[in-house]
Design a protein around this ligand. Structure first.
Ligand SMILES: Cc1cc2nc3c(=O)[nH]c(=O)nc-3n(C[C@H](O)[C@H](O)[C@H](O)COP(=O)(O)OP(=O)(O)OC[C@H]3O[C@@H](n4cnc5c(N)ncnc54)[C@H](O)[C@@H]3O)c2cc1C
Length: 400
């Protein structure tokens, strides 16, 4: 697929230059296996049990799915992958991939890890961002309560212990943003489920008001599969203009579609998700366009594996005279997926990164299971990965 000028996403030689033949064959095997919803469903259920049973399964996981989607068990281990990506002009968003564990001690421990990641990022040339999931720093219960904002404001909510809990969450985020600001690293706040998202948004706006005065330190995430989010993006922009700060906007389609729809149905409220994929696509592309049309006070991170969405914004950038590496636009894909987008864009000098999780193998299993589920359910994406890998293996064989 081509755009005018030089960008082509079809070049598998560039896309997979960092992978050996053995790596590619492993990836081919892995994507073939996780393409099957049945296999993924069985693996999702039995893997945690097998790991607890003490069977020597870690080695298998480490050399297959972990290697494909995770940077390493520690920051130090992830440095190798980080440097390797950097040598192809691909940047990194570090993500402490350990899933939320409840309890204040765990929230403090996650905060420490994120702060370490920010400090590490500052020592690497190609790590401009670290991501944060608020559910790693706050309890689900608290976030759900705070999501009922109108009730809170009317004074019905009066739990002092929860007020204290929320103060501690804010302190954690301020501690992270302070060091990020000092070290010149961006903080990307992930978007989560609708029933906990309001306090996340409010905190993100508050932090942007504090840290994004001269440069963008804090980014909020906008899920365009929600039918209210294009409006919310514009509202956030308005708040930024009025509050004299810069808006950091990471845009995604959204990862929790099935869960959102099921809950809305079960609890009998209108689904927050667009009726179909086309409606999501239209809002996603409109959001990206809105950001670059307002680039004087919005910095955009377009986080997507959708070729069309990436290419269409590239075309718009050219139309309005933006250079490929304009610092107001950044592209990102998950590590282990869509290398043809990341590496070909890097070659044309776009700002592009891989979202790179790190963490102990037993703790990143839920993240890995989600990647497997996504690849067995997202129509077309796994097929595309398989086609590209086969094409590259054939190209290498023909060259011999
Ligand atoms: C760097 C990065 C960071 C991310 N961070 C987050 C985050 O913070 N929060 C988050 O929720 N997700 C996040 N994601 C995941 C993202 O939301 C998507 O799930 C994933 O990227 C697939 O969307 P796509 O644009 O890549 O591809 P596509 O294949 O074009 O789109 C698939 C997506 O379209 C939407 N969709 C599919 N079918 C329908 C339908 N019938 N009706 C309505 N919509 C539909 C769904 O969102 C689905 O995931 C991130 C992804 C990346 C690459």
């Amino acid at each position: 697929m081509n755009v005018s000028m030089n960008l082509s996403l079809d070049n598998t030689q560039h896309a997979f230059a960092y992978k050996s033949n053995a790596d590619l064959r492993k990836a081919l095997f892995l994507f073939s296996v996780i393409q099957s919803p049945l296999v993924v469903s069985i693996a999702t259920n039995v893997t945690p049990f097998l790991m607890k049973s003490g069977l020597p399964i870690n080695g298998i996981i480490r050399s297959t799915i972990f290697k494909q989607f995770v940077g390493g068990e520690t920051l130090e281990n992830s440095a190798r992958v980080t440097k390797q990506l950097g040598s192809y002009g691909v940047q990194v968003i570090l993500d402490y991939g350990v899933e939320a564990k409840e309890g204040e001690e765990n929230f403090d421990a996650v905060t420490e890890k994120i702060i370490e990641a920010v400090a590490f990022a500052a020592t690497e040339k190609n790590v401009p961002f670290v991501s944060v999931k608020l559910t790693g720093l706050a309890s689900m219960n608290l976030l759900e309560t705070l999501n009922e904002a109108p009730r809170l404001r009317s004074g019905i909510h009066d739990s002092e212990s929860q007020t204290g809990e929320w103060d501690r969450v804010r302190e954690r985020m301020y501690a992270i943003c302070d060091i990020a600001n000092e070290k010149g690293i961006g903080i990307l706040i992930d978007a989560e489920e609708t029933w906990i998202q309001d306090p996340i948004d409010r905190l993100a706006i508050e932090l942007m008001g504090v840290y994004n005065k001269e440069k963008v330190v804090v980014y909020n995430t906008y899920q365009l599969y929600r039918h209210d989010r294009l409006h919310f993006l514009k509202l956030s922009h308005q708040l930024a203009v009025e509050g004299n700060f810069l808006l950091g906007a990471k845009i995604v389609r959204g990862a929790y579609m099935e869960k959102e729809r099921e809950r809305a149905l079960a609890m009998n409220y209108p689904s927050p998700i667009h009726v179909d994929k086309n409606a999501t696509d239209i809002d996603f592309d409109a959001a990206a366009l809105y950001c670059i049309q307002n680039k004087e006070n919005i910095s955009l991170i377009l986080a997507s594996h959708n070729e069309q969405s990436n290419l269409s914004i590239v075309t718009k950038m050219q139309e309005i005279g933006m250079s490929n590496n304009d610092h107001k636009v950044h592209f990102s894909q998950l590590f282990g997926m869509s290398d043809h987008i990341s590496f070909n864009m890097a070659l044309e000098n776009y700002n592009v990164s891989k979202y790179l999780p790190f963490g102990p193998i037993q703790d990143v299993i839920p993240y890995l299971m989600r990647r497997a589920q996504e690849n067995s359910s997202v129509n077309g994406q796994t097929n595309r990965e398989l086609l590209l890998i086969r094409k590259e293996l054939a190209r290498r064989k023909a060259k011999k």
